[in-house]
Design a protein around this ligand. Structure first.
Ligand code: NCD
Length: 467
């Protein structure tokens, strides 16, 4: 089957079968890297990195060169037109007319989605702020398959900055889809964002439990488990007794420990003094002596700072240099598939499809409250209309299609606003009974009363202030 013309913006853009098909092609390419030259002859890859990168950019460029294609680049934001205030959409249109495929890294969450919407050629997200980094996830999954043959039933611990670590966000969804259990071990204050947990539960099934307290005795006490995700296919009954189960889980051992560095460049001012400094967990030789880690693969997307000691580099359990090296054949396979110079042999495997949520897309629209979202930036707001999926009605919850942050708007109205009297436009509390009767296609949302009034809406009896 062909993947020609497709983009990879989030890990949801490839289903499980497609990922496995890509890995077979990566295996074939890894077996003889030098023999792939010429596959992409005449093709041009644009490499747009507006954030620092070593591995991702160089492995993409190496991959394209090994396929015999060529690379054009705009690596320094200061040297490109974005610095002159050009919008992402315009940059995308222009580059789309010069190249055959775009690889983009950008600090704004959802930037790669905008590029994919406007470029007219396949786009690969090489990291968009704290949102996702799907090709790193491909390298991570590939390593797990190589080392353990399957992902179903594995127990994977995610360690460190789970709040801003974009590699962990795309990895979480992929692991859940392949049927792994996940232990969340964040540095205090850097827990997994609620919108990631919500998506995990509603779209991938399974449960997230917070153990009441970490186990106190023996080597496992260093392991600060904050939450556990159990897949629907798991035989465990975690929901019954999370504390006791946690001890058992740890005694059985962890299959992989995925370590991440503190993403300081994305910290808020208070996090710079607090969460980042206090108690960032360190993985070292001593920790790996614990029973739970006897056969654990130690993984890291790199670069490391202080969270992973050099004394574990020589340990056979250490996988991070292999993960990085495998980036080349994995990215070669991806480029070849999206450029349509290779077809994928896609095995038939289960892959839950994302639900078909109603979409909120209206001239009157709240702004995404995530300040790092591409749709909230001055240069992009001139042309981008915010767009949300209505992922829950009680409480009413919208998810931004760009950055995927979720929020609960406070006030609602209906485009069908006459309520029997054609001259009234009224808004209501989002949690009032009346609000629930508005059909998705008629829904208008506001974050504040002022916003509603600006658009000429008046408070109804169903707004909290008893107007
Ligand atoms: C990661 C990234 O950029 O998100 N690096 C990478 O691509 N291998 C991880 C990080 O920067 O910590």
């Amino acid at each position: 089957m062909t993947l020609a013309g497709r983009s990879l913006v989030t890990i949801d853009d490839l289903n499980n079968g497609e990922i496995l098909g890509l890995f077979s092609l990566a295996d074939a390419m890894a077996a003889d890297l030098g023999a792939q030259y010429g596959l992409c002859r005449g093709k041009v890859m644009a490499s747009l990195f507006f954030e620092p990168s070593t591995r991702t950019r160089l492995s993409f460029e190496a991959a394209m060169h090994r396929l015999g294609g060529s690379v054009i680049t705009a690596s320094d934001v200061g040297a490109s037109s974005l610095a002159k205030g050009e919008s992402i959409a315009d940059t995308a249109r222009i580059v789309g007319s010069y190249a055959d495929i775009i690889v983009i890294r950008h600090p704004w969450e959802g930037a790669a989605r905008v590029v994919a919407d406007y470029a007219g050629i396949p786009v690969i997200n090489a990291g968009d702020g704290g949102h996702q980094h799907p090709t790193q996830t491909l390298c991570d999954l590939y390593t797990l398959f190589k080392e353990r043959n399957a992902i179903k039933g594995l127990k994977i611990a995610l360690w460190g900055d789970l709040k801003y670590g974009r590699t962990t966000h795309s990895l979480i969804f992929a692991l859940a889809r392949f049927g792994a259990d996940i232990l969340f071990c964040p540095s205090p204050g850097l827990e997994v964002p609620q919108h990631v947990v919500d998506k995990l539960i509603t779209e991938y099934g399974g449960e997230v439990e917070h153990p009441a307290a970490s186990p106190q005795s023996d080597a496992e006490s260093v392991f600060p488990v904050d939450a556990i995700y159990t897949t629907p296919s798991s035989p465990h009954q975690l929901a019954m007794m999370p504390d006791i189960s946690l001890q058992l889980e740890l005694r059985e051992g962890v299959d992989a420990l995925y370590v991440t560095r503190p993403q300081k460049e994305r910290f808020s001012a208070t996090e710079k003094d607090g969460a980042g400094k206090a108690g960032y967990p360190v993985v070292d030789k001593k920790l790996l002596r614990g029973r739970a880690f006897r056969e654990t693969l130690v993984m890291h997307p790199l670069p490391r700072v202080d969270e992973l000691a050099y004394d574990v580099d020589a340990d056979p359990r250490s996988m991070y240099f292999k993960q990085a090296a495998r980036g080349v054949p994995v990215r070669m396979a991806l480029l070849a598939l999206l450029l349509g110079v290779k077809d994928a042999a896609i095995p038939r495997v289960d892959s839950p499809a994302p639900p078909d949520y109603p979409v909120y897309r209206h001239d009157i629209t709240p702004v995404c409250p995530n300040a790092s979202c591409v749709s909230a930036q001055a240069t992009e707001r001139k042309y981008l209309r915010p767009e949300f999926k209505i992922v829950k009605t009680q409480p009413l919850t919208l998810r931004c299609v760009y950055c995927e942050h979720g929020f609960e708007p406070k006030y609602v109205a209906s485009t069908d606003w006459h309520e029997g009297k054609l001259d009234t436009k009224k808004y209501h509390d989002a949690d009032s009974h009346w609000a629930r009767t508005i059909r998705p296609e008629n829904l208008i949302c506001f974050n504040t009363e002022a916003e509603a009034q600006q658009h000429g809406f008046k408070p109804s009896h169903y707004t909290g202030g008893h107007h």
